[in-house]
Write a protein that binds this ligand. Structure first.
Ligand code: ME8
Length: 651
């Protein structure tokens, strides 16, 4: 039974062009929306533009144009950008839509009629940038903390919303719904705000000062405060009050915002909903800032990265992937082109791209591009463990996606990719292809790898929809039968033997860092080694790896695995351990017996080609997993330079 799912982005101000921050939030919403479609939810995805208020009026004036012409122009920039970024929104709302204005007036009237709005004279410090009054305690050195300008003192009569009377109700509501605002740090931040008495909210602006807004239904000389107008877009976009979409989607609404607008969404908005007699949203998902060169990236500071420009340089999917993989949802992240290039080369070109082209190329080389049959008995003998590996990846992926931990969901997929690259190294299909007798093994290995690619193509779909479609096309699925439903992705052996695969393609070419942004200067003529380091780890991460000295007692070859040796090692334990190492091409058994080697002693035991391996031997290799025939590699086992008792820890 499909469940409804409703996701919103903030509606963006039209006082400047779209930038990276807007793109990030909107891509997050798109990813989560596509994910929910994947798990067969019926989804509604809303974005739009916030077009009223003083800020916009001043921006229009600066351009010598009318507010109407100005908002039409900038709103169109947002609306036209989203399809180019594969944003799958169902609706694009503008606060200047007449239907939206009607809903705002209806709700204002309702709250006014029940006595929650009053009229009063007020003198206060007003920041024109924020379009709001500031209490003295909120100012930093007498200045607005966001704009670093001194607010102006203004005195006027205005309408106020009795927010203070709902303060205790809101505290109780947040406590009773622990995951209403997430991640938890933002929930705590809202509760901290609520420890101070909540002032009533000034919700009007006299038309003598600002005309560009929605007129108060109970006083034609005033327009409503821009936040009162803006927040209600989430309700009006569903066709409230008549439309059935409201009844279906409102009860499950989730918002995504950055931390800059936590207060209006975490405090004003639930109280407005309560006063209007509408249910409070289910989740407010709050992310951090993208910082460019260490400072908040924003319109006013001018250090804005043009998202479209980077998408054109590096490709849309690579750009979407980078944003989702690099930022931990909820925390700030630094944006720099170098990190983007590094992720493209290591995660996309090297790990995923290389796996894809190796497997498809081998399917063509050994089976003329026809998906081979795979015998379950042979799969058991080889202990490739693909259904289990896939099951684990999907379980972690679904759990992390549902909780907005996109980077962790992607890590789970990349773990599967790395395991599959390892399977190629260990099973060495090019060796299996040498003897007719190992044809069933070759078929099983290639089929299992193709199935793994099929699953990966499904799982990356929310983040990289175009790449997912390309992969599926190259796995022989017709363009009109892509499968992006989790049930299909999970169906083991969905890929039919006998399917003809199109020729291979390069998913992600390696990219070079643009010259001007190169990280450091090197002396002329110096040889620059091309190494890519894995992401940084902490000392604690490293301390989890138990490295020990072991003495090799016995070595045997493994049938049908020309690259593997079975070792028995003394680790100082009561019994010898068995361990499988991919070094048969580099050592004879005799060379290894008696040698002291270094092993990862606490690695989870795994079966390789039917042999249980309890630990991993460390070896230095002259090349990573780049070569598809594996013949160029130099591999040497790590050892100690003086004899040590077996089991000695490496610290
Ligand atoms: O606040 N990093 O509009 P806005 C990450 N109209 N995200 C960022 C970002 C950054 N450096 N900069 C902006 C408004 N964003 C109101 C909203 S909603 C009823 C009204 C994203 O154009 C992020 O989502 O200033 C942030 O919350 C939003 O843009 C602010 O957009």
């Amino acid at each position: 039974m499909p469940q409804p799912f409703y996701i919103t982005t903030p509606i963006y101000y039209v006082n400047a062009k779209p930038h990276l921050g807007h793109a990030y939030t909107t891509i997050c919403a798109d990813v989560i929306n596509r994910y929910h479609r994947m798990v067969t939810d019926e989804t509604f995805f809303l974005t739009g533009t916030d077009e009223h208020g003083d800020k916009i009026m001043r921006a229009a004036k600066k351009e010598n144009t009318t507010p109407r012409a100005y908002v039409d122009k900038i709103s169109a920039l947002f609306r036209e950008l989203w399809p180019q970024m594969n944003i799958s929104n169902d609706y694009f709302i503008r606060t200047t839509d007449p239907a939206h204005g009607n809903v705002v007036q209806m709700i204002l009237q309702r709250i006014y009629d029940q006595g929650d709005i009053y009229f009063s004279e007020y003198e206060g410090k007003y920041c024109f940038g924020c379009e709001r009054f500031y209490a003295d305690r909120e100012l930093v050195d007498g200045k607005c903390p966001d704009h670093q300008t001194a607010p102006e003192t203004i005195k006027e009569s205005n309408y106020f919303f009795k927010m203070g009377q709902y303060q205790q109700w809101l505290i109780d509501h947040i406590r009773q719904h622990p995951d209403m605002i997430r991640p938890e740090r933002y929930r705590n931040e809202v509760l901290a705000f609520l420890r101070e008495p909540l002032d009533d909210l000034c919700i009007s602006r006299p038309k003598s000062r600002i005309k560009w807004g929605i007129t108060l239904p109970f006083d034609k000389d005033y327009v409503t405060y821009v936040w009162f107008d803006a927040l209600l877009n989430y309700v009006s976009a569903l066709g409230y009050p008549e439309d059935a979409r409201f009844d279906k989607f409102w009860p499950v609404v989730q918002h995504i915002v950055a931390k800059d607008i936590l207060k209006p969404h975490g405090i004003y908005w639930p109280i407005m909903l309560k006063a209007a007699g509408l249910p409070v949203y289910r989740h407010l998902n709050v992310h951090g800032y993208w910082n460019v060169a260490q400072s908040k990236m924003s319109k006013s500071l001018g250090n804005v990265v043009e998202p479209l420009q980077l998408k054109n340089v590096y490709g849309l999917d690579a750009f979407r992937f980078f944003l989702m993989r690099e930022m931990v949802f909820g925390l700030d992240a630094n944006f720099n082109e170098e990190a983007l290039v590094q992720r493209i080369n290591s995660d996309l070109a090297n790990d995923l791209g290389n796996l894809f082209s190796r497997v498809i190329t081998m399917a063509h080389k050994y089976f003329k591009g026809v998906v081979p049959q795979s015998d379950p008995a042979i799969e058991a003998e080889l202990s490739l463990g693909m259904p289990e590996r896939i099951g684990r990846a999907i379980e972690t992926y679904t759990q992390e996606m549902a909780g907005f931990a996109f980077h962790k969901a992607l890590s789970a997929v990349w773990e599967l990719i790395n395991q599959m690259n390892k399977i190629i190294d260990v099973t060495a299909p090019w060796e299996l292809a040498k003897a007719k007798s190992s044809l069933p093994q070759l078929q099983a290995v290639i089929y299992n790898l193709l199935e793994g690619l099929r699953v990966i193509s499904g799982l990356i779909y929310p983040i990289m929809p175009d790449t997912a479609a390309t992969m599926q096309k190259h796995l022989g699925y017709a363009p009109d039968q892509p499968f992006f439903k989790i049930e299909t992705i999970k169906t083991w052996k969905h890929l039919a033997p006998g399917t003809q695969l199109p020729k291979s393609t390069t998913l992600f070419p390696r990219v070079e860092m643009p010259k001007a942004a190169a990280p450091s200067e090197t002396a002329p003529g110096a040889i620059v080694p091309k190494i890519e380091l894995k992401p940084e780890i902490t000392l604690e991460d490293f301390a989890r790896v138990d490295l020990r000295v072991a003495t090799v007692l016995k070595v045997e070859p493994i049938a049908r695995a020309q690259r593997l040796l079975k070792l028995e090692i003394d680790l100082g334990e009561p019994e010898a351990r068995s361990l499988v190492a991919g070094i048969a091409e580099h050592y004879t058994p005799d060379e290894l017996i008696g040698k002291q080697v270094i092993v990862v002693a606490n690695l989870k035991p795994a079966k390789l080609m039917g042999v249980l391996s309890k630990g991993m031997l460390l070896a230095a290799s002259s090349d990573s997993s780049d070569s598809s025939d594996g013949s160029q590699k130099q591999t040497v086992a790590l050892t100690v330079d003086r004899p040590m008792p077996p089991g000695s820890p490496i610290k």
